[in-house]
Design a protein around this ligand. Sequence first.
Ligand code: ATP
Ligand code: MG
Length: 415
Amino acid sequence: MNNITAVKGFKDILPEEAHHWHQVERIVRGVFADFGFQEIHVPILEKTELFTKGIGDTTDIVEKEMYTFRDRGEDSLTLRPEATSSILRAYIEHSMFSRSSVTKLFSIGPMFRRERPQKGRYRQFHQIDVEVLGAEEPQADAELILMLVHLFKMVGLENLSLDINSLGCPECRLIFRQKVIDFLQDTHDSLCPDCQRLLVNNPLRVFDCKNDSCRRLIQDAPSILDFICEGCRCHFNQVRTCLDMFGMPYNLNTRMVRGLDYYTRTTFEITVPHMGSQNAVVGGGRYDGLIRDLGGPDIPGIGFAIGFERLMSLLQDRQESPPPPVLFIAALGSEAQAAAFKLCNRLRLEGIRVEMDYAGKSLKSQMKKADKSGSLYTLILGEREIQAGEGELRDMGSSKQRTVPLDNLKSHIVQ
Ligand code: ATP
Ligand code: MG
């Protein structure tokens, strides 16, 4: 029989890696708490219409990447490709807006997109997702970007490239949209087939194409900042002033439109060099009309999503091993094994990391195992020691060994 393997593009996170993820998650949660964010858990499965309505039905995600199926012939369901739509659905469904004028939420979990798997691009990947709902002020945008950059610093990453742009509001975007159509009309035949089609349905998507020749063409396209209205310009300038207040460097990237249709005004991205088209670690922006479009009140919002796998790949060389056991118990003979089993689990219940081997192997083999485990101490138990209520405690660092009473073992262990 052939071995059953994981589904293509779906990846196991093995224990050492999971441990490292957990360490990073702890730092992330600490930063979020300092900035007043609360965690929300939302399902990974939603009604398909949530995403077609939210993300936009001419985006890559909705057109090509969603895992959509009929639930036993009934509703059309989709494994979430991103978290914002789900979080907003929950926000509306539970009328969270009536509890507080500003709601700050975060969520960490898996997303699903049927893309071509490659390094940094998987079909199940994880995002750290953050949303601020109810704040229209430019200070909210700046604060979110500030928190993001601070978070990267706290996990040990500095000098990453922060790109910001404004996509304006639906009114000024309409003018820009026509300018882009006019510009691309002449170069129509040089665009890739996808972009030729987008030119009709969703011309701004062309800015997001990863095809080199489309990218070159778009370089000379008009800049959105030349067309945004007074209100959007003023908002964006204030965001920039706030960032300057913290001496935060950024690139003004007028070519960045982001891959989801719901963005308005401020958008931002953090990228790293040498990662090809998988170079974006974070994407985010404002989505002032989305809550209304999803059937909720007209409440503004802004958020970002960090690609967890891409973040972790930048921290690869800083991986620390999980902590070793404090104590390894090596027991010889069935009576000592039984006593060791009891002692081992009693100490664990008291919060001490203890390991032992149940296979009843030789002392030499158990000592080898203790050594490999990296434990600070090894307790050697034989029949004679059990009779006397004692054990031989070996300090694995100094190799010094002494006899200690079992009922007072804890006081001889320095953690
Ligand atoms: P990309 O341009 O790389 O396709 P995106 O614009 O589709 O990214 P977003 O939808 O903004 O990405 O998601 C935010 C972050 O999630 C990205 O910056 C990236 O770090 C991560 N991400 C997106 N798709 C994948 C994937 N298939 N595998 C791993 N990480 C991903
Ligand atoms: Mg993508």
